[in-house]
Design a protein around this ligand. Structure first.
Ligand code: SF4
Length: 451
């Protein structure tokens, strides 16, 4: 059997220092998100409205997509429909091939990652340069992103210095973030100027106007789409919002939830192609309609890909993005991956404490932990649990159904812990949960002494 989440998580946690640092880095982003959310008194109402708008979108998706197509076409864009990843890649390649394009600048798009667009184009002789800094770092390292908003969060600045030294000829040992960013900037500027086409993702597509909106912090989507004459914007069907005025709700939620910023540095609206250029919008289903048809999972299509559920998840923070073995990690990935292949991703719904913290931070109120629970049930019913877990669950179920067995198990466990008090404390997981020794004096005494 191939490795599942527990084995990959153990490999990540084996490097204790890195696991701790990863945990702290993401918790810092989570704390920033909290401060940004608290700065808006109407935050909870915004979440309610966003969830309601997305529920409305789900109930009228075909109408809204067609309305978007009509309006985008009227503005001069060409709209393509793709049933799955293969059709998406073929459409994008078709547009590029028709223009003889061999060099593309691509900004961050999880959809193109999901579709495997880069290797598909590279196998056909087209060079694709990811222009988001984090994406470029993982592209140079030959790795996929480990987080949907912070793709290189698993790398330390020293790792990046070494990578840039090998690929961009920066001085050996350079690890100053500002100097590394400057080096990447110069390198990417050349790629922007050489690109014959730009590919971007889409954060929001407005049915009422036919415009698409792309949010970045680096302005790379703007350069990549306005310098070359061909712009291809790739979007999942769920990116639609009905009206331009709905955008305000989502833009206020997105950046605050993602990074704790009030708004992304660049929020670019594309209404038709640039003068003399072409704008192609590729609308992709790739299994989304199937999710929409399933009651317990439908609401996951509200997702605006802010990454907040990952930053807060205690399992994600301590096990790293690659432990999920799917392009989207964390609680969101653990819900989405089994829709692709339940057998291959059967361990993911169990990669959660079910603490519900993901639900608490989700700006569109997706009940992620309920969906993880539904997947656990589903995976059990389909017989996809590994046998040790099946036996363990059968024993636990028997014990929990009987009062005397439950008491006996409790007494036995306490007796074992009396004989072996250190049991379980030696693991990497256990170490990260150790609390510092409690001071002998009370907190009040401590406070008096310090003030
Ligand atoms: S599920 Fe919610 S918190 Fe997670 S990425 Fe999507 S919108 Fe953000």
């Amino acid at each position: 059997m191939s490795a599942g989440h527990p084995e990959r998580a153990a490999a990540f946690a084996a490097d204790d220092a890195r696991a701790h640092w990863h945990d702290q880095a993401l918790w810092w982003v989570r704390a920033k998100r909290d401060r940004a959310a608290r700065s808006i008194p109407e935050w909870e109402s915004l979440r309610d409205v966003a969830a309601a708008v997305k529920a409305h979108v789900a109930s009228r998706l075909p109408d809204l997509l067609e309305e978007f197509e009509r309006n985008a076409t009227r503005l001069g864009a060409k709209v393509h429909w793709a049933r799955d990843a293969a059709e998406h890649n073929a459409v994008v390649h078709g547009v590029l091939a028709a223009h003889g394009v061999t060099r593309v600048a691509k900004s961050k798009s999880m959809l193109t990652e999901e579709c495997g667009l880069n290797p598909y184009l590279e196998a056909r002789g087209i060079e694709v340069v990811d222009t988001d800094l984090g994406e470029r770092i993982v592209q140079l390292a030959g790795e996929p992103p480990s987080h949907i908003v912070l793709p290189a969060i698993h790398k330390k600045k020293e790792d990046i210095g070494e990578l840039f030294h090998r690929h961009l000829a920066t001085p050996p040992g350079l690890s100053d973030p500002k100097a590394l960013t400057e080096a990447a900037r110069g390198h990417l500027r050349e790629r922007f100027l050489a690109a014959q086409a730009g590919i971007t993702g889409v954060n929001f597509a407005i049915a009422e106007t036919g415009g698409v909106v792309v949010c970045t912090n680096e302005g790379n989507a703007d350069l990549g789409s306005s310098l070359p004459p061909v712009h291809i914007a790739c979007m999942g069907v769920e990116k639609i919002v009905p009206r331009a005025r709905d955008l305000g709700v989502f833009l206020r939620l997105l950046a605050r939830s993602a990074t704790g910023q009030a708004i992304t540095t660049y929020t670019t609206h594309f209404h038709g192609p640039i003068r003399g250029g072409e704008l192609h919008v590729v609308i992709v289903d790739a299994g989304r309609s199937a999710i929409l048809a399933q009651d317990p999972f439908r609401s996951v299509l509200r997702c605006i890909r802010c990454g907040a559920c990952m930053n807060t998840c205690p399992v994600f923070r301590r096990s790293g993005g690659y432990s999920y073995g799917y392009i989207i990690p964390g609680p969101l990935g653990s819900v989405l991956a089994p829709h692709r292949d339940a057998a291959a991703h059967a361990t993911l719904p169990f990669a959660s404490t079910l603490c519900g913290s993901c639900d608490d931070v989700c700006p569109v109120r997706i009940d992620l932990h309920e969906q993880l629970l539904s997947w656990r049930r589903e995976i059990g019913e389909r017989g996809l649990l590994p046998w040790p877990k099946r036996i363990g669950m059968a024993i636990a179920s028997r014990i929990l159904r009987s009062g005397w067995l439950y008491r006996l198990a409790g007494r036995t466990l306490r007796a074992i812990l009396r004989v072996f008090p250190g049991l379980g404390r030696g693991s990497a997981w256990g170490r990260t949960r150790e609390l510092p020794p409690m001071p002998k004096e009370s907190f009040r005494d401590l406070h008096r002494r310090r003030t």
